[in-house]
Design a protein around this ligand. Structure first.
Ligand code: B1M
Length: 206
C-alpha cells in the first residue's frame, strides 16, 4: 500500500525516494493528515530503535531528512489559510535543542490558520525569544522542546517572556511536555500536536 511505502522509506531514511512515495500516496487518495501521521509513527519507531541502541544519531538524522522531504510535498495540501490576518506568532525550539520537525509542523499549521509566523529556528536563547516577541503585533510566542534536558530551558524562556510583561500569550509543546508542566512553568497553553496548536492559537488570539 502506498502509505506503508512512505512509512518504510522514512523509517529507513530514504530522503530521495520519500517525496515520490508521498505523492503516490496522495494520488492514491490517502488524506494528507493520515500520510503525515504515518511519517510521525515512522519517526517514533526510529526513536525507539535509537533508545534501544539498534541505531545511532546519523540514522536519526537521515530519517529526519526523509521526513522533511516528505513534508515538503504535503505542505501545500495541509496549509491553506491566508497568512497574516490574525497577527504574528513567534516560534522556536528552546536553547540547547536541535529538534525542529515538530516545531516546523506547528509553524506550518499556525501559518495556515491565518497568522504571520516568525520562525527563530532551533537552539534559541530566551533573550532571542524576548527580543522577537517585543515586535508590534505579536499575539503568541510558541516554544518547542523535545528533550527532557531542555525542559529547564523552556521554563527559563517562559519566565523571561513573562518578565518582559508584554501582551502576548505563551504556548508550549513537544514530546516531554504535558499540561501539568505547562501549568507549573506558567505557560498560557499546552497542546500535544500541531493541529491542536493551530486551533488553540486561534482561540488565544481572537
Ligand atoms: Co533526537 N531524541 N536527539 N534527534 N530524536 C528524541 C527526541 C528521543 C525521544 C529519541 C529516543 O531516545 N527515543 C530522545 C530524547 C529523550 C529524552 O530527552 N526524553 C532524543 C535524543 C536523546 C537526542 C540526542 C541527545 C541524541 C544524542 O546526541 N545522543 C540528540 C540531541 C541533540 C540536541 O537537540 N541538542 C538528538 C539529536 C537528534 C537529531 C539531530 C539526529 C534528529 C533531529 C533532526 C531534526 O529535528 N532536524 C533527532 C530525531 C529525528 C529524533 C526523533 C527520532 C524524532 C523527532 C521528530 O522529529 N519526531 C525523536 C524520537 C521521537 O520523537 N519519537 C528523538 C516527529 C515530530 C513530528 O514529532 O517533534 O514530537 P515531535 O512534534 C510533535 C509534538 O511533540 C508536537 O507537535 C508535533 C506533532 O504534531 N509539538 C508541539 C512539538 N513542538 C510543539 C510546540 C507546540 C505544540 C506542539 O506549541 C508551541
Amino acid at each position: 500500500m502506498a502509505i506503508e511505502k512512505v512509512y518504510d522509506l522514512v523509517s529507513r531514511g530514504k530522503a530521495k525516494l520519500t517525496p515520490a512515495a508521498v505523492q503516490e500516496a496522495l494520488d492514491a487518495g490517502f488524506a494528507p493528515a493520515d500520510i503525515l501521521e504515518k511519517m510521525i509513527t515512522a519517526m517514533d519507531v526510529v526513536g525507539e530503535k535509537f533508545k534501544n541502541g539498534e541505531i545511532f544519531v546519523p540514522e536519526m538524522l537521515i530519517a529526519a531528512k526523509a521526513m522533511k522531504k516528505g513534508v515538503e510535498v504535503l505542505k501545500p495540501h495541509l496549509a491553506s489559510g491566508a497568512a497574516g490576518a490574525l497577527g504574528k506568532v513567534v516560534i522556536g525550539t528552546v536553547a540547547g535543542d536541535l529538534h525542529d520537525i515538530g516545531k516546523n509542523l506547528v509553524a506550518m499549521m499556525i501559518e495556515s490558520a491565518g497568522f504571520e509566523v516568525i520562525d527563530l529556528g532551533v537552539d534559541v536563547p530566551a533573550e532571542k525569544f524576548v527580543e522577537a516577541a517585543s515586535a508590534d503585533g505579536v499575539k503568541i510566542v510558541a516554544c518547542s522542546a523535545l528533550l527532557t534536558t531542555t525542559m529547564p530551558a523552556l521554563e527559563a524562556t517562559v519566565a523571561a517572556l513573562k518578565a518582559a510583561g508584554k501582551d502576548y500569550k505563551i504556548m508550549v509543546g513537544g514530546a516531554p511536555i504535558n499540561q501539568e508542566y505547562a501549568d507549573k512553568v506558567g505557560a498560557d497553553a499546552y497542546t500535544p500536536d500541531a493541529a491542536t496548536a493551530a486551533k488553540k492559537a486561534k482561540e488565544l488570539a481572537c
